[in-house]
Design a protein around this ligand. Structure first.
Ligand SMILES: C[S@@+](CC[C@H](N)C(=O)[O-])C[C@H]1O[C@@H](n2cnc3c(N)ncnc32)[C@H](O)[C@@H]1O
Length: 251
């Protein structure tokens, strides 16, 4: 499938041009993903704002394919660059999955617990509404509105909504990339890890940040590290969660 109806060299809209997509595909990191899925992810990388880079996007999509992740959650969506690969991989599998997009897109909530002065200044003034609008336009164009469900609220509030038998121990994959403050990141791991099914994957972004130390310590207690990347564009790690340990350490 060719995303966004791209079939010529024309600009298809202000979001994506075919030559940009082709250039990105030409430099795509080696991976086992099918060509059409790489193409869809490449389009999303160009269309959407964010920090997810091609190798990480490929890793996330491969994880969804490998564990048939039909129920996924992302905490901290921003422009959608890291959540799109989850939904696109689900669509490629042909499963009727759901990916919940948890983000408040609210400056005050983004800086509620402090990180660094520079980081908080950026998050306190970024036009998050415009970023979200671009994401929702992409969802409409890609016919992903049924698969990606937006929960526009603080992650603490969302965690309370999701703490129900419908989700507890049922989620296949969670990507945590919300606030990078020590306090909030730790709260996010503690609140969301128990939703994973036994053997589900928790992907933690920016593990190189000092503020994420306590979160990583907790993740090492409740799961096994299955992947870790510390590269130039960024860092992330994936943990396979032990449900019994998550219940014991996170409640
Ligand atoms: C680093 S960005 C996410 C980047 C995205 N995952 C990517 O790879 O492009 C962090 C996002 O978390 C959101 N956020 C920060 N604190 C939050 C909170 N307490 N509740 C909900 N969302 C929050 C911000 O609005 C922001 O969009």
């Amino acid at each position: 499938m060719v995303s966004l109806g791209i079939s010529s060299d024309d600009d298809i809209d202000a979001m994506v041009r075919i030559d940009q997509v082709n250039d990105l595909i030409a430099s795509w990191p080696k991976c086992d993903l099918p060509e059409e899925l790489i193409r869809d992810i490449a389009v999303s990388q160009i269309a959407l704002a964010g920090w997810c880079w091609p190798a990480k996007a490929s890793w996330i999509a491969q994880a969804v394919l490998s564990i048939h992740a039909s129920l996924c959650v992302e905490i901290g969506v921003y422009g959608g660059r890291s959540i799109a690969p989850m939904a696109l991989a689900q669509r490629h599998l042909g499963i009727q999955g759901k990916v919940f997009a948890v983000d408040a897109w609210d400056n005050d909530i983004a800086v509620e617990t402090p990180t660094t002065q520079e980081n908080d200044k950026w998050w306190g003034t970024e036009d998050l509404t415009a970023v979200k609008d671009r994401f929702t336009s992409y969802l409409l164009r890609e016919h992903l509105t049924d698969r990606i469900r937006i929960a526009e609220m603080a992650s603490d509030d969302a965690a309370r909504c999701f703490a129900s038998p419908r989700f507890r121990n049922k989620v296949d994959l969670i990507h945590i990339d919300g606030s990078h403050s020590e306090e909030q990141a730790f709260k996010d791991v503690k609140a969301w890890a128990p939703l994973l099914r036994h053997g589900g994957l928790l992907v933690m972004d920016d593990i190189a940040w000092e503020t994420l130390g306590p979160s990583i310590q907790l993740l090492n207690k409740i799961g096994d590290l299955v992947y870790e990347e510390r590269s130039e564009p960024g860092s992330f790690a994936a943990f396979c969660i032990d449900q019994a340990k998550a219940s014991a350490f996170c409640n």
